[in-house]
Design a protein around this ligand. Sequence first.
Ligand code: HH2
Length: 301
Amino acid sequence: MTKDPHHWQLPGGSLLLDRPRVMGIVNLTPDSFSDGGELAGVDDALERARAMVEAGADLLDVGGESTRPGADAVPVDEEIARIVPFVRRAVRMFPNVPLSVDTRKAPVAEAALEAGARIVNDVSGLAFDPAMAPLVAARGAGVVVMHMRGTPADMARRAHYRDVVAEVRDELDQRLARARDAGVAPDAVVADPGLGFAKTAAQSLTLLRHLDALSDLGVPLLVGPSRKSFLGTVLGEPPHRRGAGTVAACVLAYLRGARIVRVHDVEPVVHALAVAHAVETADPHDVVAPPLLATDGRSPS
Ligand code: HH2
């Protein structure tokens, strides 16, 4: 689609993607796989969001329905009631932080956009609700088109690929075409390989390893490794102990071309990506060597 993967066109202005960007996750769900039920209400969620913004989150992604396998479906009215009060207050508190709504349902997306959200993060890649792509186009919203097969209820059974990288790439390409055909602006679209969605742990690791093969989709890439079970498979640790693994996955994703990562624990990822970006882009002639020893004789920190 676009030939310039260095910005993301959103209502109210573009987000520059000249450095890695971090999207903080706000789950207003009782049953999300790693943080379900942690946020009792809007005030709690806003406090969590404030901490993320202070830690350097560039974007916030709010969701009202868990996508973990076997999660309960949430009726549209209930999803709207979970999300909209948060969105209304968050856009006033953080006017410079674009807000994204994580939903597969056009009426939920519409209510969130009406309340001030600027991005629709659709884990179904615009496939679940035929009204979603036209809505995104009509509102000029940004959109994350994620790869998944089936629905969260049956996706685990669909994790069969001959070549996971090529097939995810081709299926994402088809979904990007759906966005284009509906009139979504090319620069408003970001693609996501959907780690853990209709993928085994080995397939998620393979996708991360070969993420650069998705760069010819021509849109910026977003990746969501945070606390996911493929990390648990490697580490043998439960979700809340996968923080360092998440940081490693984010840095590797960045080095292979991801422009945005979606995470629960913002600060360590912001720090890790700042260092990775400095290493990748710093002109060695600009770097002033620090003294080997501070003048008081202590080792410099
Ligand atoms: N992963 C989850 C949810 N939404 N959106 C995008 N674009 N990419 C992802 O990888 C992604 C996503 C699952 O994580 P989480 O929100 O923490 O869990 P749950 O769906 O159980 O609320």
